[in-house]
Design a protein around this ligand. Structure first.
Ligand code: PXG
Ligand code: PLP
Length: 448
């Protein structure tokens, strides 16, 4: 594909890079050798110098329908022209209601209310707050404890950071984290499950740790459990067979709400509309973000079971039911982007497309087994993770160096710890899948 025009793109000087303090980035390392992206179309990015980069990560797990979708950009432009902003509190606009109905249509049965936010992190805070208030409304206000999981990622705000289990994201703020939080053990077991294709065989019993926490704190104190159906950011950890079912059973048995954080798994990534659908387990709340607008405009949402929502509607009609919301909740331009994304999803059947590509993706990924230092390959849907042998004294990690080698060879990967993750747009072709893993293999060989 020829590169789209990128007017006005020029190299930045070292000084010009300084003012922007970049998120989750080694700023000094980056600014000494910056990697810039200037334009994007379909499966590719381009650098300012005109190098074409195959997008192996859908931006950051979000551009599920591929880059530069005209329907999205035109809907955004129209919406901006029509109405730049509408206050979301005690006022509404048609697109927010239309979008909520569209989301409910792809949601698991019974999850038929949607609360809008602007990011995955905000979706998580919102879901936790709804869960806590629901327990009070049910007359079980002592249920305040929240349970996350080791190696979970639930965004960066205080609640999400605390239920999350990514050590570097937590350690500095340890003393001021949300009180009353415990963690289930993570499910990664390379000794038993290395090179599993899809869901690993071993580890369903780890869900029983919830029983231990119930025994420790007493069930009357536990409000909710939050997990990603498949942990993404901390290195692609597919759920062991039976694990999520067991967690659901235990939550139901003990009156504990189950929250699936589907910021990555929502909108087709696993070959179904949601991870809940893919794994056949229905939670009480689902957080969504990223793919909801194809990454074009920030947006997130929380999907809520009817029973929970209805419990909030029992007070006096003039009472505000949930003291929560953001200035940009359900922003009209974000809604327009999301509705256009939905149109593409339906027309191109992207979840089904991802499902039909998953077997090819899996075998192409696992064909890299045996490359030097690769100790595990994990996958599900259109996600794959490659774990490298630990070399504690090595900095940067091998994964980071392979990421750089991929970029030099025209492939965008995502390095997290000593793992490389891939999650391409669901519009990828089988030839592009082969190309992706061929570049990766070469980059691994070139990075001893
Ligand atoms: N929950 C999950 C499961 C996520 O994956 C968030 C919440 C937070 O979303 P926002 O929109 O606030 O970033 C995420 C975000 C990575 C990576 O390298 C993944 C995310 C963010 C940054 C990096 O895998 N996921
Ligand atoms: N800080 C101040 C001073 C505000 O007035 C507001 C919103 O009105 C916020 C923070 C929250 O901003 P947002 O609603 O965009 O999350």
């Amino acid at each position: 594909m020829t590169a789209p025009q990128a007017p006005g793109v020029r190299a930045l000087t070292r000084e010009e890079l300084e003012a922007h303090w970049m998120p989750f980035t080694a700023n000094r390392q980056y600014k000494a050798k910056p990697r810039l992206l200037s334009h994007a179309k379909g499966m590719h990015y381009w650098t300012p110098e005109g190098r074409q980069i195959l997008d192996g990560v859908a931006g950051l797990w979000c551009v599920n329908a591929g880059h530069g979708r005209k329907e999205v950009s035109e809907a955004v432009a129209r919406s901006l022209d029509q109405m730049d902003f509408a206050p979301p509190f005690q006022m509404g606009h048609p697109q927010a209601f239309e979008l909520a109905n569209a989301i409910v249509k792809i949601a698991p049965q019974g999850m038929d209310h949607v609360f809008f936010v602007n990011s995955g992190s905000e979706a998580v805070e919102t879901a936790l707050k709804i869960a806590l208030q629901f327990q009070r409304l049910k007359g079980e206000g002592t249920r305040t404890r929240l349970i996350g999981r080791e190696r979970g990622y639930h965004g960066v705000n205080f609640g999400g950071m605390t239920v999350g289990g990514m050590v570097p994201n937590r350690k500095v703020w340890s003393a001021v984290m949300t009180p009353g939080v415990d963690h289930l053990p993570h499910t990664l077991n390379i000794a038993k499950n290395a090179f599993s294709r899809g869901m690993p065989e071993h580890g369903a019993e780890l869900a029983n740790e919830l029983e231990r926490l119930v025994g420790l704190h007493d069930v009357s104190n536990i409000a909710a459990v939050i997990v990603e159906p498949i942990a993404g950011s901390t290195g692609v950890l597919p759920p062991p067979k039976g694990y999520l079912q067991r967690l659901r059973e235990l939550c139901t048995k003990h009156g504990i709400l189950l929250i699936f954080d589907e910021v990555i798994t929502g909108f087709g990534r696993l070959g179904a509309a949601t991870g809940a659908e893919r794994y056949g387990v229905t939670p009480d709340l689902i957080t969504l973000a990223k793919g909801i607008t194809n990454g074009a405009i920030p947006m997130g949402a929380v999907l809520v079971q009817r029973e929970l929502h209805d419990a909030f509607m029992q007070g006096a009609r003039a009472d505000i039911d949930l003291y929560h919301g953001y200035t940009y909740s359900g922003h009209p331009v974000a809604c327009a982007a999301a509705l256009a994304t939905f149109t593409i999803f339906e027309r191109e059947q992207l979840p089904a497309r991802a499902a039909s590509l998953a077997a090819h993706w899996e075998s192409a990924a696992h064909a890299l087994r045996g490359l030097p230092g690769v100790i595990d390959i994990r996958n599900d849907g259109l996600i794959a993770g490659f774990e490298f042998e630990a070399q504690p004294a090595r900095a940067p990690t091998r994964a980071y160096e392979v990421f750089r080698a991929c970029f030099e060879r025209g492939l965008l990967a995502r390095a997290t710890g000593n793992i490389l993750a891939f999650s391409p747009p669901l519009t990828i072709s089988t030839a592009e899948i082969d190309q992706l893993f061929a570049i990766l293999a070469e980059a691994i060989r070139a990075t001893p």
